[in-house]
Design a protein around this ligand. Sequence first.
Ligand SMILES: Cc1ncc(COP(=O)(O)O)c(C=O)c1O
Length: 347
Amino acid sequence: MIDLRSDTVTQPTPAMREAIARAVVGDEQEREDPTVLELERRGAALLGQDEAVFVPTATMANQIALRILTEPGDELLAEESSHVLIYEQGGPAAFSGLVMRALPGQAGRLAPEQVAGAVRDWRSGHSPRTRLVCLESAHNSSGGRVWRLEEIDAVAATAREHDLRLHLDGARVANAAVALGVPAAEIGRRFDAVTLCLSKGLGCPLGALVAGSGPLMTKARRAKHLFGGAMRQAGIVAAAGVYALDHHLERIADDHRRARRLGESLAAGGIPVDVEAIETNFVQIDLALLGIGVADALERLRAAGVALSDTIHPTRIRAVTHLDVSDDEIEEASDAIPRALGVLARA
Ligand SMILES: Cc1ncc(COP(=O)(O)O)c(C=O)c1O
């Protein structure tokens, strides 16, 4: 099976497993695990922040950030299909008592005017205090779309003007950085807090970082403990993260190249793909024009040896490239997908 469902499906490489086996570990809860501390140091630098905190998942990293940047009853602004709003089980309400306000986006992005227009006059005493804007880049539901630096700056300037805090769900910020051709720190430093997931494009079995200023990360460590994320000999896992920062950052460009190659081949083969929308490692196929339902399409593709996945869009499925997909498999998938969907194979 060529597994293109998500970049979360990767297996640790043999070299990563060796790094895991060699890890020097200690009690992470007591901040005695040298490998975790090393990963946190490296992660903070990568993300352009003073400190970083290692946590098990990007969901926890996001939820910690939202918690420490707000008070219960505050209002969170985010794009309507963003991960924090639709894929984290209402965590911002459940864990932090936040009112969640969904704004319609363009390819996952918001305009500064939308943010300015959404800020409530809380001083009147009736409204929740609009307090936090959460952006996502690369943006999952839009198909891995990326915020340009000047777009972030425009929203950040508006946020500061209205005394709002700014969080980046940068689960795939490494992909965004590669797409923009800038260091991830150039993106991360523009935010109060930033999440990075280690188990997507970076290929780790698990783990994530939340980064920010020193005082904010002191709060993050408390929230991590509160959420049950303070671990023990976590260097076993952090070693994979250190390895990935050394060996898997630059190769993300290969995933992007392969996604583009797949998208172009599919488009040439008559599959409805918007090639211009491929900015990172996602390829979205719109089945509406083919008259095939999502469940039917996914079943036919599986039977042909290619696994894709559904999206929040009722007619769109996606293919995601990652560490475990080779150039040859992209060529195979480029032939198999049109055949499985009943479209003539590519020229
Ligand atoms: C944009 C984004 N943020 C956060 C997450 C959460 O990651 P995890 O499921 O590993 O907690 C994901 C996972 O798909 C994601 O795509």
